[in-house]
Design a protein around this ligand. Structure first.
Ligand code: AMP
Ligand code: MN
Ligand code: MN
Ligand code: MN
Length: 272
């Protein structure tokens, strides 16, 4: 039981790192990657490493490629790496600036208090995510649920969408490698790219030094899993797997619950 993708309240998850670890132990997980959005603060907050499972220190970094936003997992990184820490500080500032740009657009779209409320989020959340703003919109009854918050306001085409503007994919892979980690393209089918464009991305990802593709995750279609496995073999990339667990409230996503890694793909955990 290996789960290499999960979040705590140091980004948009709901559990503390130790609560998440306790839940993973309870679920029989042997290796757990905590991979908060652009943050390693949760990992740094732990006073000691757990004994009951192997914790894989990780991070999910936002990147840009041809104006497309991507999530790149840095697995098994050195959390003490100075360059990585400085890089993530910059990501935190970018997220704070983006949140205020979103607030401006929300205000113009008639969401009163948006500037004040998002301003408060920026000050109180260690790493402000669109999820936090979605939560606010639900609480204030501007929308019925998260899906609507994204569709109406925060996602592409929404009234308060800000185009993705992160460090280039190349820089993100480089910083992960310099911190001793494995760079893995997270949830490849969730970007809404067509097959040809996605294949071009996988090819580029390999060329830039990427190590693996996240192949096994909840709700991926079997056909898509097979396609990713074929590309992993063709481009000599490893396979990774993870639940992308955020909260026990989302009961349909459980730690360690996803389809099995195809036999002929090299699992990324053989690298450590
Ligand atoms: P951010 O990294 O701040 O842009 O926020 C991205 C996060 O928002 C993702 O990791 C998901 O947790 C969440 N998210 C993105 N799109 C949606 C959506 N359509 N519905 C619900 N949650 C979403
Ligand atoms: Mn998230
Ligand atoms: Mn992601
Ligand atoms: Mn994630």
């Amino acid at each position: 039981m290996i789960d290499l993708h999960s979040h705590t309240y140091y980004s948009d998850g709901s559990l503390s790192p130790s609560e998440l670890i306790a839940m993973a132990v309870e679920s029989g997980i042997e290796q757990l990657a905590i991979s908060d959005h652009d943050s390693i603060e949760g990992l740094l907050s732990l006073e000691k490493m757990p004994k009951e499972l192997r914790l894989i220190p990780s991070v999910e970094i936002s990147a840009s490629w041809n104006k497309q936003g991507l999530h790149i997992l840095g697995l098994n990184i050195d959390t003490q790496h100075q360059g990585l820490q400085a890089f993530l500080k910059q990501q935190q500032r970018s997220r704070q600036e983006r949140a205020m740009q979103i607030a401006d657009k929300l205000a113009k779209a008639g969401v009163t208090h948006a500037i004040d409320d998002v301003g408060y989020l920026v000050d109180s959340q260690p790493m402000v995510c669109r999820t936090h703003i979605a939560q606010l919109l639900v609480e204030q009854a501007y929308v019925k649920n998260f899906q609507e918050a994204f569709k109406k306001y925060l996602a592409k085409g929404g009234k308060a969408h800000i185009k993705e503007d992160w460090f280039d994919l190349e820089d993100v892979i480089a910083i992960i490698k310099s911190a001793g980690g494995q760079a893995v393209l997270a949830h490849p089918m969730r970007y809404g790219l067509g097959t040809n464009k996605l294949k071009a991305l996988v090819e580029k990802f390999k060329m830039l030094g990427g190590d693996g593709l996240e192949i096994c995750y909840p709700n991926i279609q079997p056909g898509h899993k097979n396609l990713l496995a074929t590309w992993a073999k063709a481009y000599k990339l490893c396979g990774s797997q993870g639940s992308d667990f955020h909260s026990p409230d989302k009961a349909w996503i459980k730690l360690g619950k996803f389809a099995a890694m195809p036999d002929d793909v090299e699992p990324v955990w053989t690298r450590w």
